[in-house]
Design a binder for this molecule. Structure first.
Ligand code: ZN
Ligand code: ZN
Ligand code: ZN
Length: 357
């Protein structure tokens, strides 16, 4: 823990200015309830788990298996309880001010590994690369096969606190006919930023993270208020990817991973890119797991959507992976205001993550 004096400030998220976070590091200022730490189910094999190797007949049929169905390392199946479907059970309707659209889409489960309770940080780099390739391959196929789809969201819930209902390690994919609001806002804002500055805001943030050093003075007295070493936000760096602790993020231990060289779409990532991403992701997860004593988290990809409206977002949008460890339950203040409270400063969090390995 650093000896700097407590921070109490509202920070604006530069990539989503409508979102801000209250950083209040003074002890006792804890409106959030700590999430219960449930020990992880680390079992190798569970007899009645449908996702464990050998129990393949208990899941819906295989959609895709890599490297092949018999010796699968990663396997995609339909979700047994899909939140969206293509069978058009209920058409659009409206009455008065109320409006409902058909819940059209695809919902699939990606079984990340044959071993039941393995963590991302425990998977080999080659296996993790295969997982990342599977995400990419399936996204590509869905966009090509179904022109109603505007966005494929790939995400992972790990641990009960993160909403995972099955103990076996898995990710999910939801293909939607609309662009989810969070993605929409990010893509729209980065395009506005590009129109004004002719620069990708994410590339600028990476540049700042790697090079910038800033000093803040008190405008009246001229007294030194704070020195910011922007490099302090870097958690992990690979050859092609960087993991950053955002200056303003809703979750205390949130980390974002971005390609160092501009790419708008996850589907543009090459095999070499994915191998480096696997390394950076594995090490970042190992850091989080160590610092948090077993991380329960959500992660999800933000990438360029498929639609006319954003057909020009290639120079302005920059795909990334957001990792949100769940360490506390949002309070009424946070839900009511949208202003999330962080009781550990992002600078401290980044330092502790850097020191972890
Ligand atoms: Zn299992
Ligand atoms: Zn960029
Ligand atoms: Zn994002």
């Amino acid at each position: 823990m650093s000896a700097v004096k407590p921070i109490r400030e509202i920070r604006i998220n530069p990539t989503l200015p409508s979102e801000s976070v209250l950083v209040a590091t003074e002890r006792g200022l804890r409106p959030r309830k700590e999430e219960e730490r449930v020990p992880r189910d680390a079992r190798e094999h569970v007899e009645d788990c449908p996702f464990c190797r050998g129990n393949e007949e208990r899941t819906p049929p295989t959609i895709l298996a890599l490297p092949n169905e018999r010796d699968w390392q990663v396997r995609i199946v339909h979700n047994l309880y899909p939140v969206l479907g293509t069978d058009n059970r209920q058409p659009d309707y409206s009455f008065g001010l109320q409006q409902a659209l058909e819940g059209y889409g695809h919902h699939e489960v990606i079984i990340d590994h044959g071993r039941h309770g393995i963590g991302i940080h425990e998977m080999s780099e080659s296996h993790l690369t295969l997982v990342l390739q599977t995400y990419q391959q399936r996204m590509d196929t869905l966009y090509a096969a179904d022109e109603r789809i505007s966005y494929v969201l790939v995400f992972k819930n790990f641990g009960r606190a993160a909403g995972a209902s099955i103990g076996h390690t898995h990710s999910q994919l939801i293909a939607l006919p609309v662009i989810p609001e969070n993605v929409y806002n990010e893509v729209a804002h980065s395009r506005d930023y590009y129109d004004e500055h002719r620069q990708c805001i994410f590339c600028s943030l990476i540049d700042e993270a790697l090079t910038f050093e800033g000093t803040i003075y008190n405008p009246e007295s001229g007294e030194l208020r704070r020195r910011i070493d922007i490099g302090q936000y870097v958690v992990e760096r690979g050859e092609r990817f960087i993991a950053i602790k955002p200056f303003a993020s809703r979750y205390e231990w949130e980390v974002h991973i971005l390609p160092l060289v501009h790419q708008s779409d996850y589907l543009q990532a090459s095999a070499e890119d994915l191998a480096d991403l696997a390394r950076v992701l594995g090490r970042t997860m190992a850091r989080l797991d160590k610092v948090l004593g077993g991380a329960q988290y959500n992660y999800y990809f933000h990438t360029a959507p498929r639609c006319e409206m954003f057909a020009d977002c290639d120079p302005s949008y920059h795909w990334h992976l957001e990792i949100c460890p769940r360490t506390s339950i949002p309070s009424g203040f946070e839900l009511g205001s949208g202003l999330f409270v962080t009781t550990i400063s992002p600078e401290d969090a980044a330092a502790r993550l850097r020191e972890a390995l």
